[in-house]
Ligand binder design. Sequence first.
Ligand code: IVH
Length: 673
Amino acid sequence: MKNRNLIKKDYINKIKELTEHNKHYYEKSSPKISDAEYDKLKNKITNLEKKYSFLESKNSPSLLVGSKPSKNFLKSKHRVKMLSLSNAFGYEDLKNFEKKISNFLNLKKDTDIEYSVEPKIDGISASLTYKNNNLVLGLSRGDGISGEIITENLKTIREIPKLIKDKKFPKDIDIRGEVYIGKSDFEKLKDRFANPRNAASGSLRQKDPSETKKIPLRFIAYTYGFNSEMNFKKQSEFLNLLKIWGFNTNTHNKIISNVNNLVQNHKDFEKKRYDLDFDVDGLVYKINDLDLQKRLGFVANAPRWAIAHKFSADSSFSKILNIEIQIGRTGALTPVAKIKPVNIGGVVVSNATLHNEEEIIRKDIRVGDTVKVERAGDVIPHVLSVDLKKRLKESKNFLFPKNCPSCGSKVIKDFNKISKKYDAVQRCSSEGYKCEKIAIEKIKHFVSKEAFNIEGLGKKVVEKFWDLKFINLPFDIFNLNYKKIEELEGWGKLSAQNLRKSIEKSKSVGLDKFIFSLGIRHIGQENAKLLSQYFLNVENFSNLTKNFNFDSLANIDGIGETQINSLKNFFSDQVNLNVVKKLISILNVRNILENKKGKLKNKTFMFTGKLSNISRAEAKSLTEENSGKILSNVSKKLDYLVIGEKPTAKKVKQAKELNIKIISQQEWKKLLN
Ligand code: IVH
């Protein structure tokens, strides 16, 4: 037998190695070895333990949940999307939020809106499906559209009821809430995880539920997804029912009206936040009336009826070591201060954005300066101010480059026709794939969660593949050499196979996501959706070439001059045209299914004049919900011009000339039934 000490040394070294990999995985989210290699190392350790009973370590993978969770959970589609929330940082943002709601709902001035106010726990959201009172399915949020099936892991959480006794509990419902670790419980785990949120996330995604069970996870319920019986009218009523049904709800939930009261409550709560046993990053405000919530609906990924009011940021002092220029997907040049790493509210910060040249001049920021840096939640840290007393005598103004540091093209500023001013942002004039940095950013956007959503192809991997010349244009992703990838350091067979699987899977893509993924300036998720509803299928979309009549797109409500100019630019570039053509030949771009049930199917509408009891925005939204299309110009394509009070005379005249049906608001309502 080998010397006992040697065996022990080997064992301890392996544990050290594993702990290091855990850190890369959890805290840095950038594993250095493949799943297979990780498992091999873990097995070696557990085999040693089995063979030699004298081996033990508190960091052994057989004891720890810190061991790597499987990334291979099966997925399931959420019956109702899991949305995110837009953020507000103060009174102005909240006033704006309320104004938009009030306009959309056409509320009388000074109508009080009632909000359900709930602490925003910084944990991991989960959706629990109950059928006939039994917990049958548990999903993670995933990308909001589908989540991972983690039922067994969720079932280990004591605060999640497995069976609901109440007879009035809906027969089929998704209960949603936050899984988290109490701060006091986290104290005992803190040498293994960076923060409570990481610990909750890692524990929830363990392959073996008995690993999850070792961590004291908790659950607070706050909303529902699919629900077969809507026997409540308010969010606050629902929160009360949750309690009756046996769920934990937040004891700090409140009902508040009026923005001034929201702000006062926020101030009071912020003072208490550090005394609570859970991490909170703000308060969530939801319109309490569920009928109003339904009318308001949502935009892209967030509801119109809710907002997260974030807590103020943490800040700290550090020194600027250098100022670098980052180049974004749309060519924007962003100056970033590389600062001496500093811990701000539990996160080590080494970069802080300086926004643009004007900001640098206004705040007089220089390399070598001591600066105050602020960080709030998931927002990028930024430089607040310079401590001039600590300025070095030899310091010099920062000179913003006149040429793109990546491709050397001239740096330009766009002229904004509305504000009649030049933008503060400077751009590389070679927008497109010719500038290397822009090209990389375009590919990162292409594979991102909101676009092709290719798991395993994160930003770091894109950069690496780019450096290795594996990818140059987006379509190269679908023609990778997996043998070569397999041999890369930190990869291996399994990881390469997994990447291949997720790339193959991504080939079937909806037209809206396809358009969004192209990264055309000013064409975000909402506009991509509008364009996809206009073109309906990829064949129609491929008509977009140099010769296309771009001005016809002005008919799409929501698409304006800025978007049209940007589309014109994009489709006049030969490289872009080739990229689109090649992608279409590789991919299965799914058609947009027209809503067959809608009463207004195939009909186009335009509104003019003031409507009564309903805002223009809500009327449009109702028309679209019933499969009608909204146009923003009077043309032969228009079926109905709906007129309210004081309609625009020119529009009515044009409609008459073109023999378009002119109807009243009442007649439009009748069409809707
Ligand atoms: S409601 C559309 N209520 O915040 C409604 N979310 O940014 C979205 N969260 O993914 C969910 N506390 O993880 C809601 N009381 C609360 C919440 C809450 C925390 C988290 C949740 C969600 C994220 C949205």
